[in-house]
Design a protein around this ligand. Structure first.
Ligand code: ADE
Length: 239
């Protein structure tokens, strides 16, 4: 997988690309990730990338010709081009799983107060990471890169993300490690029992309990089995 990030602030990516799982995935050749300075595609004498809004108003607008040249120079027929914008479709694990199947992704980070509307016609998709406005698309592009990279073959062990929240439409079950007792709080006995069937059942039940309480909207959309419905009945009786 190749990920190219078009940005006006490539230095923001230094720490992100040089630590932890992302660095290891790059070193192992699982993914290549490049942060590319869009400013180098400005043909303006002062390397300006923005201009005042047509029709007047405050702020500056990212120019479409600069972004168009940057995209053309950094994409192929295989590239899936995504604009980072709070107006895009809201990101989730399902989208991450779809994107992890692509060969090449180009992420375009908007910045400043806005971008020329015509930039929308250059891309395949528009993604928002939530209903709030950030100063630019750099952090959203890191979030997307991070969530995709950990799903790629050989980035991390499959077991490490199989049970993740959202992978099966539910929140993850609670996890514990030593010490077995801390400040009067004990690890549930079943997790120490060595009985794998019971542990599996406990985890599924707690995953359902947590999702019912915290994210009932997910329960409505989840693919639940007959056993799940039985567990949910038990939970309702217990609560
Ligand atoms: N740029 C600014 N805010 C954003 C958001 N919430 N998602 C994606 N890109 C953005």
């Amino acid at each position: 997988m190749k990920i190219k990030i078009l940005t006006l602030f490539p230095n923001m990516f230094e720490g992100f690309l040089n630590e932890s799982i992302i660095k290891r995935a790059i070193d192992k050749g699982v993914v290549t990730i490049e942060a590319i300075d869009m400013r180098s595609y400005s043909q303006n004498k002062h390397h300006h990338v923005d201009d005042t809004p047509c029709g007047g108003g405050a702020g500056m607008v990212l120019a479409c010709d600069v972004v168009d040249r940057a995209i053309k120079a950094n994409s192929t027929d295989k590239s899936y081009k995504i604009l980072m914008t709070p107006q895009g479709r809201c990101y989730n694990q399902g989208i991450a799983l779809d994107l992890a199947k692509k060969e090449e992704i180009v992420l375009i980070c908007g910045h400043y107060e806005g971008f020329d509307e015509r930039i929308r016609s250059f891309v395949d998709d528009e993604i928002s990471i939530g209903d709030y406005v950030l100063t630019g698309g750099e952090i959203p592009s890191m979030i997307i890169t991070d969530s995709i990279t950990r799903l790629l073959d050989n980035a991390i062990k499959e077991e490490s993300y199989e049970g993740d929240s959202f992978m099966d439409g539910l929140l993850e079950y609670p996890q514990y490690t030593r010490p077995i007792e801390y400040n009067g709080m004990k690890v549930p006995d079943v997790l120490l029992s060595g009985n794998h069937a019971l542990i599996k059942k406990f985890r599924r039940k707690e995953s359902l309990r947590r999702t019912m309480k915290r994210r009932p909207d997910l329960i409505e959309k989840a693919n639940l089995s007959k056993d799940d419905l039985k567990l949910m009945k038990e939970i309702e009786e217990e609560e």
